[in-house]
Every structure is written in C-alpha cells, then in structure tokens.
Design a protein around this ligand. Structure first.
Ligand SMILES: [Fe+2]
Ligand SMILES: [Fe+2]
Length: 255
C-alpha cells in the first residue's frame, strides 16, 4: 500500500464494468497496479466478468492477485449470467477481494420479465439496502451498487432502457441514512456524476464511461474520504460536485 497523504484520509479508487472474458484483448493488470499506487482501497461495482463464468473470474483473480490494497466488490448482472456467482465470489476471495452485496442484482437486465417481478425485485433490493445501512454506525457510509439509484448518471443511454439501468427506489434509503457517496456501474453510456434529490453525490464509475469522459487520465476515479468527518468525500480527479465537495478543492488529476 502506498502512503496516504494524511493519516486521516483514505484514498478510494472506484471502477465498474470491467467485463473480464476469455477474449479480453488486454489485461487490466497495469491499470490495477496504477490504482494500487494511488489508492488505499479499490472498489469494484459489478460486471467483473462478461458471462459470469468462473474461468473469467480466474483471469481477473490472476490480475488482482498482485494488488496489495484492500479490494471490495459487488457483483453485477453479468456475474450472475452463468449461475456461477458462488464460485466467482470464492475465486476472488482467494486473492483477497471482499465481495459484499445482497445476492441477485436489483433489476434483471438480461431478457424480459413480467412487470410485477420487476417491481418486486427493485422493492426488495431497496429494503435490503435499507437494512444494510441501518446496521452501520459510522460517520461515513459509502454505498456500492451495480445499478443506478438516480436517472442523472444513466443519461446518455437510450431512454427506453432506463428501467433496466437502475431504480429510484434505491434512492430513498440513501437519503434516509445520510449516505456520503454512492458508486455504481452498469450504464456504459451514462454520465459520470449526479446527485440524489437530497444532494448525495452519485458516481457512475463504469469503465466505458470513464474512458469516454476522462480521456486525459487512466480509467478509474479517485476520491479522498476522511473517515472521521461526517459526509466528506472529495473527488481527486474529475469535476467536483456542488454540495458535498464544495468546501474542498480538486487536488489535480490522478496519476
Ligand atoms: Fe456492464
Ligand atoms: Fe451490468
């Protein structure tokens, strides 16, 4: 782990939708090493694999094995595609990745489902999120989701598929528990930043979104979290958000 600028600061690197597959042309290992140099924690917001295959997870595990910072991940819809999610969690766990989350992703984005199931699924996920947040007593609550809790960060995607990209039902628990920041992926053509109605910053850290929007830097986002100060997360790279980060200057682009 590299040295943090201050003992009171944790540098968090966020990324999603890396979609590891057998046909992935190049390994992301150099990027992971770069992340390990600049951050204290790496968070991965789902779609770690492309077809949800254990062998894809093995390829990723190989690349993550050298990363010496703690890695926290949630799975995405692609990671459930082959019903090998347990093995994926196990394989990644062996190289030190902590896979949290609630099980099946909020909204089934593959194939069609009847509306009733669809809504039920979103409500259930919101309830689980709420229960998880209620168990936390910490000044900072950082939420990792695969799906978007607001529409702003999926903007750029065709409007017809918005319901498959997230659910505003996920927004209520975030506000109720005064979450500090939310990271998600899934919307590959979405928008990097938005905020909930109560001003909680929401970041779409999908790999394709970062590549398209931050062409001058490596495709991951870096944030400073001050664990002891309530509600304080500052993007180190990229535009800052009006509310939560208003007291802090952006500290230059990431390496
Ligand atoms: Fe994805
Ligand atoms: Fe996805």
């Amino acid at each position: 782990m590299s040295t943090s600028p201050s003992e009171d600061t944790v540098r968090l690197a966020a990324l999603a939708d890396i979609h590891y597959s057998k046909s992935t042309p190049t390994s992301l290992q150099p990027l992971f090493m770069q992340i390990a140099e600049s951050a204290d924690v790496l968070v991965l917001c789902g779609d770690l694999t492309d077809y949800g295959l254990a062998e894809e997870a093995r390829l990723l595990a190989k690349d993550l094995a050298q990363v010496k910072v703690p890695i926290v991940a949630v799975l995405g819809n692609h990671d459930y595609e082959a019903d090998e999610q347990r093995q994926i969690v196990e394989i990644l766990g062996e190289v030190g990745v902590f896979c949290g989350g609630f099980g099946r992703g909020a909204l089934a984005a593959w194939g069609e489902r009847i509306i009733k199931d669809f809504v039920h699924e979103a409500v259930q996920e919101a309830l689980k999120l709420e229960a998880a947040l209620a168990r936390l007593s910490a000044p900072q609550r950082i939420v990792l989701l695969h799906y978007a809790p607001i529409a702003a960060t999926v903007k750029g995607e065709p409007a017809e598929i918005y319901p498959f990209l997230g659910s505003s039902r996920l927004e209520d628990p975030l506000s109720r528990f005064d979450v500090t920041a939310v990271f998600h992926g899934h919307a590959h053509k979405g928008t990097p930043e938005g905020q909930t109605q109560t001003g909680i910053p929401v970041y779409n850290v999908s790999y394709p979104v970062l590549k398209a929007n931050y062409t001058d830097r490596p495709p991951f986002r870096l944030f400073e979290v001050r664990p002891r100060e309530k509600g304080d997360v500052t993007p180190i790279a990229g535009r800052r958000l009006a509310r939560r980060a208003s007291d802090h200057d952006v500290e230059g682009p990431a390496a």
